[in-house]
Design a binder for this molecule. Structure first.
Ligand code: GLN
Length: 491
């Protein structure tokens, strides 16, 4: 009974529906797990223990009264989940990891959050993150850092490090993260769990506190590929309130996994990733073994080239900062969020509120954003970056015309120690393998493939637009063969 928190989304859903476990017990087990681990992890921000228990009890009562919805109506009925603090949940503080949103209580649910609730999920907590999703370690949260459950001296990755740590430590079976330049895939990889960044436009961004709007995507973080498929099916779909949301049919991702195997599947290995000088030998070895495993299962491996990879970091940080600067202009100390005390003038109200409210990394991005968009430098930086973005998309299209998906490392290194990487540029370079996929707007699935020095190593499958189902099928076969599905950190 006490180990209920270890059960995955799909399995707990099935047990709940069969009446083998009660929603209240499952929720209580996860809440107790939070109490037992949170002091060491710092994965969470606002928690809603009492409300979650009450919701779970109501579900049990509905079941007892014969009012349990069908599995199609409520595919996550009674399942406890967490959501990244960049997403609004009505009535619960939402800060995006920033002091500037201290005390902000949103009056509405984000689209993806609403979908989870309609599917019957019980939301336990908001998860910690780098301020406004800017960062790769979750050390840039205004509140506290999050620690990696595999080694609490190390970072969990970021910016969705709270979601990754929470899932890996079994505080919940699934969480929502967001990925602008790798923030789902990289923390999933560093914490040994599964993370899916959907195609740009697959999931509505309504209710997501924007970082870089032409990159941001919301996606599931879970311990198994099956669970990611289940969660994606719930949150994907058209929403008229996000003008970039695609009006494309949502396949039954979970059903698409049946009978998945790798025979005849063609996987591309990008030369620029595997040959990259930053790739640590231990990570290279674990990835090589996963490639061998895919081959032994009948996949055909071909080398492909993404020749503009070396420009991805520069292009991304120019464009994402430009968009961030525009998006964050709304935090002015007037309408909501932090406001400075007794400003002498209106201008000082703005300046002091923003200086006090935003952390150093966010201020740096705002400055870079203003610079690259300024009339004297627009052509040299922003326009160039936009051109590179097109070339990167073309690289992917050409590579993906030759194979079903690409297989590559997620992070060049395993989780590093807190405080170890403090130079901004050094930190940005850690994102070398994740950013280009966001520039291209394509989907990516990160899954654990092994270990190096006792720390998890992840790889990503990158695919064609809206072909998440293919990535999930390939990912499931590979994780199953490697025995890395459903693993929990030994905390
Ligand atoms: N590390 C990258 C950045 O700081 C990506 C973050 C993200 O995907 N939100 O911009």
């Amino acid at each position: 009974m006490s180990k209920l928190y270890r059960i995955g989304l799909r399995e707990s859903r099935d047990l709940l529906r069969a009446g083998d476990i009660r929603a209240e017990d499952l929720t209580a087990a996860c809440l107790a797990r939070m109490d037992a681990t949170e002091e060491r992890l710092g994965a969470l921000l606002a928690r809603r223990g009492a409300e979650a228990l009450e919701e779970a009890r109501a579900l049990d009562a509905a079941r007892a009264a014969g009012r349990m919805p069908s599995v199609e109506e409520a595919p996550l009925w009674g399942v406890p989940v967490c959501i990244k603090d960049a997403l609004t949940l009505r009535g619960v503080p939402c800060t995006a990891g920033s002091r500037i949103l201290e005390n902000f209580v949103p009056p509405y649910d984000a689209f993806a959050v609403k979908r989870l609730r309609e599917a019957g999920a019980v939301i336990l907590a908001k998860t910690n993150m780098d301020e406004f999703a800017m960062g790769s370690t979750t050390e840039h949260s205004a509140w506290h850092p999050t620690r990696n459950p595999w080694d609490t001296d190390r970072v969990p990755g970021g910016s969705s490090g709270g979601s990754a740590a929470s899932v890996a430590a079994c505080q919940c079976a699934g969480a929502l993260g967001t990925d602008t330049g790798g923030s789902i895939r990289q923390p999933a990889s560093l914490c040994g769990c599964v993370g899916l960044k959907p195609t740009y436009g697959r999931v509505s961004r309504y209710g997501l506190l924007a970082y870089a709007s032409s990159f941001d995507q919301i996606g599931p973080m879970t311990r198994s590929v099956e669970d990611a498929a289940l969660m994606l099916g719930v949150i994907a779909g058209y929403d008229e309130r996000d003008s970039t949301c695609l009006d494309a049919p949502v396949p039954d991702y979970a059903a698409a996994l049946a009978g998945a195997d790798l025979r005849g599947v063609k996987l591309g290995l990008p030369r620029e990733f595997f040959g990259h000088e930053a790739l640590e030998p231990g990570v290279r070895k674990a990835c090589g073994e996963a490639v061998d495993c895919a081959r032994s299962l009948g996949a055909e491996l071909v080398e492909v080239s993404l020749p503009h990879t070396e420009y991805a970091v520069a292009a991304y940080y120019v464009m994402a900062s430009a968009e961030a600067g525009s998006n964050l202009a709304r935090y002015d100390g007037v309408r909501y969020g932090h406001r400075t005390e007794n400003p002498p003038t209106l201008e000082e109200l703005y300046v002091r509120s923003r200086t006090e409210g935003f952390g150093e990394e966010v201020q740096r991005r705002i400055l870079v954003g203003a610079y690259v968009l300024s009339s004297g430098y627009y052509d040299a930086y922003y326009r160039k970056a936009a051109q590179v973005r097109r070339l990167i998309r073309r690289d992917y299209d050409e590579a993906l015309a030759r194979c079903d998906a690409l297989l590559a490392p997620v992070s060049p290194v395993t989780a590093w120690k807190l405080g170890e990487v403090h130079e901004p540029l050094q930190m940005y370079l850690m994102d070398v393998f994740t950013l280009s996929l966001n520039l291209a707007g394509l989907p990516g699935l990160a899954l654990p493939v092994g270990f190096s020095g006792g720390l998890p190593v992840g790889m990503q499958l990158m695919g064609r637009a809206l072909d998440e189902a293919a990535l999930l099928r390939i990912g499931k076969s590979l994780a199953e063969a490697l025995g890395t599905g459903g693993q929990a950190a030994p905390l």
